[in-house]
Ligand binder design. Structure first.
Ligand SMILES: [Zn+2]
Ligand SMILES: [Zn+2]
Length: 235
């Protein structure tokens, strides 16, 4: 199976459920990555060296590790090592006085102005990197097959979230695809705006006798997902 057709199948499957299909694909990718890690490769030397440099995964993916029921040992092993590395840098055990405390912590001092100092990122979280790679392929498959094919399923799913819409529009190679995506997304969000408006209106005491529909109640969570993407549920 070619990469493109695998990505196409991913998109088709992801549009079968409500919500941004790219978020679903990203979540699935992160889930598989962390699942493999927790069930077998927490001691993989190459990964551990990378994680040592980064002091672990990003906040989102570190927390996602806690959603794997019954696999706390792997999370404990990774964070035991990461916290020891943080301590090592803080205490400068290996190379006394060779580097300043700020250097050891990766602290970048602000140059004038009111900008507070920041910790420089030592690289990209490997789960974020994997997600971005898989999502990029899926986005290409989506825009290549949007018109007259994935247009309907994507509409049915409620379109993309704000971030994935931006990335998809960037990857459109022709005007008709871009126009189709803008039209589809406008229709999805117009409906969401209408449902939210109705929910708000029916909270007014003058209209409280009117029943809030299921779609109107669901629109609050959907609007958050539309603007910020979907996150895995936490236990
Ligand atoms: Zn998304
Ligand atoms: Zn991450």
């Amino acid at each position: 199976m070619s990469t493109r057709s695998a990505s196409y199948q991913d998109i088709v499957r992801a549009t079968e459920q409500p919500g941004c299909p790219l978020c679903h694909i990203g979540q699935k990718t992160a889930h598989s990555y962390l699942d493999n890690l927790l069930w077998g490769s927490v001691n993989d030397p190459e990964l551990r060296a990378e994680l040592d440099k980064l002091l672990g995964f990003c906040g989102k993916h570190s927390r996602q590790m806690m959603t794997f029921q019954g696999e706390r040992l792997g999370v404990a092993i990774v964070h035991h090592a990461m916290l020891k590395e943080a301590l090592r840098r803080l205490q400068n055990v290996d190379a006394p006085q060779s580097r300043s405390l700020s250097q050891r912590l990766g602290l970048r001092k602000s140059v004038g102005g009111d900008t507070p100092p920041v910790i420089e990122p030592a690289g990209q979280c490997p789960v974020c990197a994997k997600q971005a790679e898989i999502e990029a392929r899926a986005l290409d498959a989506l825009v290549e097959n949007l018109v007259d094919d994935l247009d309907g399923p994507l509409r049915e799913a409620g379109g993309l979230c704000w971030e994935h819409l931006g990335l998809a529009l960037q990857r459109c190679r022709d005007e008709p695809t871009q126009a189709a995506l803008v039209e589809l997304q406008s229709a999805a969000w117009s409906e969401l705006v209408e449902h939210l408006g109705e929910f708000i209106r029916k909270r007014d005491y003058r209209f409280q006798h009117e029943q809030v529909t299921e779609a109107e109640a669901a629109s609050i969570g959907q609007s958050i997902e539309a603007l910020t993407g979907q996150y895995p549920p936490v236990d």
